[in-house]
Design a binder for this molecule. Structure first.
Ligand SMILES: [Zn+2]
Length: 408
């Protein structure tokens, strides 16, 4: 595997600047295209799975995090408060308290549950400057987050559905899960004390893992401060393991925020809160994708999906016309003309781009395209529109396949 920091710079995906500060990377156009596509994939998957999206601010009063428990259990990782006319404001360390407040703002009936609230939002962590680097250790994080407010009876099914979403996303992204980890509290004072709730949450998560037949290992000292979690672990280029996706069961925050729903019996009940993330933070997810694929992203994610290679200047107008048709189909494309070197050199430069369309005199005259695939396959010249329609159809399915055998 590769180092995403080196490749990210080489491929013009992201960079940092001392004037912006350590751990605060910015995204260049090609990196932004990958990130935007990834975010859209997640939003669509969530929408189809019955999630509703919200937006909430990235800072809030200190009282919010005192209520949630973050201030007592997590303040070492938080930025110091900003005093504003006597009010203490904090860059948020997580989205959970905001979603609890949004849930609490409206009355809820048992008929609305499970209520699935999602947001891809910013959060901040005061990492020490010595450990910062690339996209994996950052101070500004954009988390693919969601909270499911549900009854106790619905927890297993919702947690299972979340793990299923994670499996599908990994398949589309070409990510391999190293292992599943059941993260439990360890010794020390960083966890809320409620032994009965911890036990109940742990049993629920264990049942889900067993039901899905997923092998897992238990890890003490890795739980969130409010409850146990299932972590999906991946391994980076240097062999280091980290958590990408997670599903957590929480009885603590619903209690702290006094969350309620009206049951079938007409009285108030306490919902359970499931925290879940499909790809974790977009920073960590893109870092992992860069390392996993060495920059050769699945076609649907690639910053440039199709490069057009006119053999000589004579075919340049045909290349421009083809590029226009690509854009109409939503394909990200660019032209690499003869000013960029010989055809062989241009093909080598474009080796990470999934599709390379070569246009010589013969193809130009017949409005055909001789397609080369990144994996070395070369297809016979075909009508240009057929080729583009086929590529667009493959990309729409979020597959890691460049071309299906039936089509080749
Ligand atoms: Zn949460």
């Amino acid at each position: 595997m590769h180092d995403h920091r080196r490749l990210g710079r080489e491929l013009n995906l992201f960079d940092t600047d001392p004037l912006l500060g350590a751990g605060l990377p910015y995204w260049l156009p090609d990196g932004a295209a990958v990130r935007h596509t990834l975010e859209e994939y997640i939003r669509t998957a969530e929408q189809r799975a019955g999630y509703q999206h919200v937006y909430s601010p990235v800072l809030a009063k200190q009282e919010l995090y005192e209520l949630s428990g973050h201030w007592a259990h997590y303040s070492d990782d938080m930025f110091p408060p900003m005093d504003l006319g006597g009010e203490q404001l904090i860059l948020r360390p997580s989205l959970c308290p905001h979603h609890a407040v949004i849930y609490r703002s409206r009355p809820h009936s048992h008929r609305e549950l499970p209520l699935r609230m999602a947001e891809l939002g910013g959060m901040y962590r005061s990492e020490r400057s010595g450990v910062l680097g690339g996209l994996t250790r950052v101070r500004a994080i954009h988390l693919n987050d969601a909270h499911i407010f549900c009854t106790l009876d619905q927890v297993a099914e919702e947690a299972q559905a979340a793990l299923e979403m994670i499996r599908r996303a990994y398949e589309a992204l070409g990510i391999v899960a190293t292992r599943y980890r059941l993260s439990l509290p360890g010794p020390g004072g960083k966890y809320v004390t409620a032994p009965e709730k911890w036990q109940r949450s742990t049993t629920l998560l264990t049942d889900v893992l067993d039901r899905l037949g997923l092998p897992y290992e238990s890890a003490e000292g890795e739980a969130a401060f409010y409850g146990p979690k299932i972590d999906v672990q991946v391994t980076d280029g240097a062999g280091r393991e980290s958590t990408l996706s997670t599903v957590q069961v929480d009885f603590h925050q619903p209690e702290q925020f006094g969350l309620r729903y009206t049951g079938a019996d007409g009285t108030g009940h306490r919902p359970v809160m499931i925290h879940r993330s499909i790809i974790g933070s977009v920073e960590r997810a893109v870092a992992h994708l860069v390392e996993q694929h060495g920059g050769a992203f699945p076609a649907w994610l690639a910053p440039t999906q199709l490069v057009i290679l006119p053999v000589s200047d004579t075919e340049l107008p045909n290349a421009v016309s083809l590029a226009r048709r690509c854009t109409r189909l939503g394909l990200r494309t660019r032209i690499a003309g003869p000013d960029r070197g010989t055809l062989g050199a241009r093909i080598r430069q474009a080796r990470l781009i999934p599709y390379q369309a070569v246009i010589g005199a013969r193809e130009a005259a017949a409005d055909q395209t001789a397609l080369r695939l990144r994996d070395g396959r070369r297809l016979a010249p075909q009508p240009a529109d057929d080729v583009l329609t086929r590529i667009a159809a493959l990309i729409a399915t979020h597959t890691t396949d460049l071309w299906t055998d039936a089509a080749a």
